[in-house]
Design a protein around this ligand. Structure first.
Ligand code: PEP
Ligand code: MG
Length: 765
């Protein structure tokens, strides 16, 4: 055997490429299997196997192999220290044996059929202090592997460690038998990761949503029924009336965007060119339905070819409109197959009108193939409180009707025929949600800890439709109104007047209560189709939030003017800037408010003359300059979602790095504590409005470090109140000190978990 032929360099290059290909859970088995194939080929080994450590059973399990009996995958299990593989794992040291059988630690596994392989070489797979598993090669020839092979295998293992560790976490969601012999059950990948469009849970049999309009547009008239110009005109009138009805129904649930959802429809309906083109065709003898089809398709083609995303989106509106006109004309409408009730709907695309219909049909949830999280339908789904996940995974196109789906739309997971373990977790979380939904009647208007410390509970609001819930649940005010949503649902920037009407409604609804309006915070997952703000390699680090506003001064001024005017009579108006990273930026943004106030005064328009002006704490650069900011800002609100993202350099919307997004990282916790202490020393108000504020695990810590205001999604208010009422300040402070004393993520996590365990009394979550 010519050992020089063994290709160590290319082995590492190929492994790098392979790891890059692992993009979702579905590919894990493939990935492991391809890895063993690759390693065995480059090292000319007869056997290559990957064993991964299963934390639950405490065993090493064979997960992929080439050369051993494929049936042994998932079956060969050993304790750390047992056999040669177990020894490599226990000691985290490689083992190279010229003749494996002569090592007293060698253990023969009958199901593996490995008796004929003499040479053995195995290295640990380790990531930092995390023990992950073992990568092993075997060969029939005695003393086949040399030092160089060992080094190459070691380098491969270290290159693979990160990917394998993630793979191993995901494998927990799959039964091990699925991993056998590299086979993937394509028809049921078990778990599909999608994007959260609208949060919530849903578990129900699925059904496919089929469009009636599309089929109408695709067909041709069939000349059996004669249609007249009169039929066409009647169809146009009926369509306009139906759309008006839908719009007013929608306006009750979605005031800020109702008039916009069908704006394109109405514009086209009134467009003389559209009408004339159809009429001309009819006059030349083309049947009215065909004339509608031809002209509609012509418009769709033009819109679809546009280089602007927002114009391409209009093709959907056009298709919807054409379909409606046809349906009204042909009247023998194909029976619509919206069977929403008690179902999870799988749809390729949805029109806003269709999602509304699904909501009125009580659909449990939606899986949408195409569409952005910020698209109209996503916004609508959120406002209508229908859980929705977006995924174009191919398995979602041919599931049998009625396959049970579980949507965990909070994290974008779609479970196909979920197993018992997942169902149980779902039940627990769902029960907690239901309990929360029942709690409102018991909610007190004010919240105190067990020993009488007053904590103010405010609501985070994205859409005006959520105000009702916030009020019903006794929110003391709005701690965060995210103004970006009215911007997202529009085809262009809303005018000052349009914004004024939205903000006015917000103030009118909340009366004297405090309302903190955050200025425009657009970025990665809150992109505007009509702006280039979110373009660039990394939009989270780009021209977003306050940077965007300061860069586009006139857009910023229009927003500030609209806020000041709308809040003219509102004592509770406060304005807050997102993503401030320096004192300079804060001062510059505040000056814009002063300038707008000046010009409003000159114009003699009523406006709020003296709003309180504060900022979000989301960027770690604030920690070092908080004292200076305390001298200028009226109040602070900590956006923990971004604070964690930027402190730990982890993209909060990238599920591949989700494991690194750790709220209990000591730098996050100590950063928060420093900020809160500085604000308290300066007697400046400081709240938490990020997700951490509603997490039961963190509430005692936050109260312990001095937080007295929490702003959370309205839905969480009862939970948070319950959690606080069972808390004693001195205990929370002691707990916070203990958490802060920990130097490691693991240590902090343990202290947090310990507290949660100790305080899990009856009736508590
Ligand atoms: C945050 O970053 O914690 C926050 C509340 O802002 P958003 O989630 O809108 O980025
Ligand atoms: Mg933020």
């Amino acid at each position: 055997m010519n050992k020089k032929k063994r290709d160590h360099f290319n082995l590492l290059c190929d492994i790098g490429e392979l790891a890059d290909l692992l993009t979702d859970a579905q590919n894990i088995t493939n990935f492991l299997q391809n890895t063993v194939k690759l390693v065995s080929r480059h090292l000319e080994a007869h056997v290559c196997s990957i064993y991964l450590y299963d934390e639950k059973s405490g065993e090493l399990v064979l997960h992929a192999t080439i050369g051993l009996n494929p049936e042994a995958v998932g079956k060969i299990r050993m304790n750390p220290g047992e056999g040669l593989v177990g020894t490599v794992f226990a000691q985290m040291k490689p083992v190279r044996e010229a003749r494996a059988g002569s090592n007293p630690r060698f253990k023969y596994f009958a199901e593996a059929h490995e008796d004929r392989f003499a040479s053995f070489l195995a290295v640990p797979i380790q990531r930092g202090v995390q023990k992950i598993g073992v990568l092993a090669v075997q060969h029939e020839q005695v003393d086949f592997f040399d030092e160089k092979d060992l080094m190459a295998l070691r380098a491969s293992a270290s290159q693979l460690a990160g990917t394998i560790e993630n793979a191993r976490l995901l494998i927990d969601l799959f039964p091990v038998s699925e991993a056998s012999s590299g086979k993937i059950r394509r028809e049921n990948p078990g778990l599909i990761k999608g994007m959260t469009a609208s949060r919530g849970f849903a578990m129900a049999p699925c059904t496919y949503f089929r469009k009636s309009h599309t089929s109408l547009l695709a067909g041709n008239a069939g000349s059996r029924t004669p249609y007249t110009m009169e039929d066409f005109q009647t169809a146009m009138r009926s369509t306009a009336e139906q759309l008006k009805d839908l719009q007013s129904k929608l306006a009750e649930r979605l005031p800020e965007s109702a008039s916009l959802i069908f704006s394109a429809h109405f514009m086209i309906l009134k467009d003389p060119k559209f009408l004339d083109k159809i009429k001309e065709q009819i006059q030349t003898g083309i049947s009215p339905p065909d004339a509608v089809r031809t002209v509609t398709r012509h418009y769709i083609d033009i819109f679809s070819a546009s280089s602007h995303a927002y114009i391409r989106e209009k093709a959907n509106d056009m298709e919807d409109l054409g379909g409606r006109i046809l349906k009204n004309m042909i009247r023998r409408s194909p029976r619509e197959k919206i069977k929403g009730k008690g179902r999870v709907i799988i749809a390729k695309t949805l029109y806003p009108s269709e999602i509304l219909k699904l909501a009125s049909d009580d659909a449990e949830g939606i899986v949408l193939h195409k569409g952005g999280v910020t698209s109209h339908v996503s916004i609508l789904a959120r406002s209508l409180q229908i859980p929705m996940v977006i995924s174009d995974h191919p398995a979602l196109t041919d599931l049998p009707e009625n396959t049970l789906l579980l949507l965990d739309a909070d994290i974008g997971n779609i479970y196909i025929e979920p197993d018992e373990k997942i169902l149980q977790q779902f039940e627990i979380r769902n029960a907690a949600r239901k309990k929360a939904a029942r709690l409102p009647k018991n909610l007190c208007p004010v919240t105190h800890t067990q020993d009488g410390i007053r904590i103010r509970l405010m609501a985070n609001v994205n859409l005006l439709s959520e105000l009702e819930t916030a009020k019903k649940l006794n929110a003391e005010g709005i701690g965060l109104y995210r103004t970006e949503f009215p911007f997202i649902v529009r085809p262009t920037f809303p005018s000052e007047e349009e914004q004024y009407l939205i903000y006015k409604r917000l103030f009118d609804e909340m009366g004297d209560r405090e309302v903190t309006i955050r200025t425009l915070d657009i970025s990665g997952d809150k992109a505007l189709v009509y702006s280039d703000a979110s373009s660039g390699a990394n939009p989270e680090l780009g021209l977003r939030s306050i940077r965007f506003s300061l860069h586009h001064r006139s857009i910023f001024e229009q927003q500030i003017r609209a806020i000041l005017r709308a809040g003219a009579a509102s004592p509770g108006l406060r304005i807050m800037f997102p993503l401030v990273s320096s004192l300079d930026e804060f001062l510059e943004a505040r000056q814009v408010i002063y300038d707008c106030a000046e010009s409003l005064k000159t114009e003699k328009l009523p406006f709020h003359e003296n709003p309180r002006i504060g900022m979000m704490v989301e960027v770690p650069s604030i920690v070092e300059i908080i004292d200076a900011l305390c001298r200028e800002a009226d109040f602070f609100s900590i956006g923990t979602n971004d604070f964690i993202q930027y402190t730990l350099a982890v993209d909060r919307s990238n599920e591949k790095v989700a494991a690194y997004y750790r709220s209990c990282h000591p730098s996050v916790l100590r950063g928060l504590a420093r900020i809160v202490r500085a604000a308290a020393a300066a007697e400046k108000e400081i709240a938490v409005c990020g997700e951490m504020g509603h997490e039961p695990e963190y509430i005692p810590f936050l109260i312990g470090i001095g937080i007295r205001i929490l702003s959370v999604d309205p839905y969480y208010l009862p939970f948070v109140q319950e959690s606080i009422s069972g808390l004693r300040l001195s205990d929370a402070q002691k707990h916070a000190e203990q958490v802060l004393a920990e130097d490691t993520i693991k240590g902090a996590q343990e202290v947090l978990t310990q507290w949660a365990e100790q305080h899990k009394g009856p009736g508590k979550k």
